[in-house]
Design a protein around this ligand. Structure first.
Ligand code: PHE
Length: 344
């Protein structure tokens, strides 16, 4: 190779060794020699100015120089890349022997403690859980539950409307209609826990948002005595073996007959105290036999099937179980309140 080209080999070696500190420097340097406008390209451009008989030999030398420089840079780039990777890996190693940071786990919220417990009781006697949406259609929340438009019972359950036909559900009962339609004319046993919403004035026993667990049983020969026995079992499991239930007649458009269910006061055992406001009984749920209209509207043969349904207020049960005086505490997120409950 002619000496002036030989010089470039040396200068590239020296630069790589003494001037390049990192990969970036190397890339820049490689460009100086090998890019489109780099040294080799320029020298190639000069070939046309040479005598025709010199061109071939000069071209061969240049190609040799080019290959030499390409190898030289690429090898060094590879070496540096390896080094930088190793450095990066080292700086990112995790010391597995360090003690972990402890997360302060909050105890479970009493709302969920009780919702889970209610579900567990019913799962234990063969119910399955159904899920429902908090945003519900007017159709399911009212109409298919025997409350057609302009039915006066709608007034008691005013709520937040999202559109003319969409609303925040006022009870978990729409899950009854949805579940019946899904199980068309087959026996079923389901419960469905969830949040419901109403335009209620907030006081210590009401909130615009609260929880319910809906229950629904349909089968051949299901009677009121099944409902009563089921609720009696629930009250005893939830509040203790000494608790009794009392049924008072009531009205819901989707059940007939309908009842409100009281449980004997756990504080005074029925004698009357401040917890039960002197009556000895505390109301915990609404229930009744599924209205045949509701069965028919949702795809069941009301001649063949009967059923019962109930709706338990979650906060209400939690207030009784834990002696909580004000329903609004469930939604205030006060850590001192939340820490009062058992950790699971
Ligand atoms: N959905 C009723 C309410 O919210 C409760 C209920 C459920 C009553 C099922 C009867 C049967 O008040």
């Amino acid at each position: 190779m002619r000496p002036e080209l030989e010089e470039y080999k040396k200068s590239a070696q020296i630069e790589i060794q003494f001037v390049a500190h990192n990969l970036n420097d190397l890339y820049k340097m490689r460009n100086v020699y090998l890019s489109k406008n780099g040294l080799i390209a320029k020298l190639m451009g000069n070939i046309k100015n040479l005598n025709p008989d010199e061109r071939k030999a000069y071209g061969q030398d240049l190609n040799e120089l080019k290959t030499y420089l390409e190898d030289l840079f690429n090898n060094h780039i590879k070496i540096l890349e390896k080094g930088e990777l190793a450095k990066k890996l080292q700086s990112e190693t995790i010391d597995l022997t360090l003690p972990g940071r402890s997360l302060d786990s909050a105890p479970q919220h009493p709302f969920h403690l009780i919702a889970d417990e209610i579900c567990r009781i019913f799962i234990g006697i063969g119910y399955i859980i159904a899920e429902g949406d908090e945003v519900e259609e007017d159709l399911y929340n009212f109409t298919l539950l025997n409350m057609p438009e302009n039915h006066p019972a709608r007034d008691m359950q005013d709520t937040f409307y999202i559109s003319d036909s969409l609303l925040l559900r006022t009870h978990t009962s729409p899950v009854q209609a949805r579940f019946m339609q899904k199980h068309k004319n087959e026996p079923l046993k389901m419960i469905s826990p969830g949040k419901v919403f109403r335009r209620d004035d907030d006081d210590n026993t009401h909130s615009h948002q609260f929880g319910q667990v809906e229950g629904l049983v349909i089968g051949e020969g299901i009677s009121f005595s099944h409902l009563k026995a089921t609720l009696d079992l629930f009250a005893k499991q939830m509040f203790g073996p000494k608790r009794e239930i009392r049924l008072r007649s009531s009205y819901f458009p989707f059940t007939e007959p309908s009842v409100e269910v009281d449980v004997s006061c756990h504080e005074c055992n029925g004698k009357g105290c401040s917890t039960c406001k002197g009556s000895g009984w505390i109301e915990i749920l609404g229930a009744g036999m599924v209205n045949p209209n509701v069965l028919t509207m949702n795809g069941y043969d009301a001649e063949k099937y009967t059923g019962f349904a109930f709706g338990v207020g979650i906060e209400r049960v939690a207030m009784l179980r834990y002696g909580i005086d004000d329903m609004r505490r469930f939604y205030q997120n006060d850590i001192r309140f939340l820490k009062e409950f058992p950790k699971r």
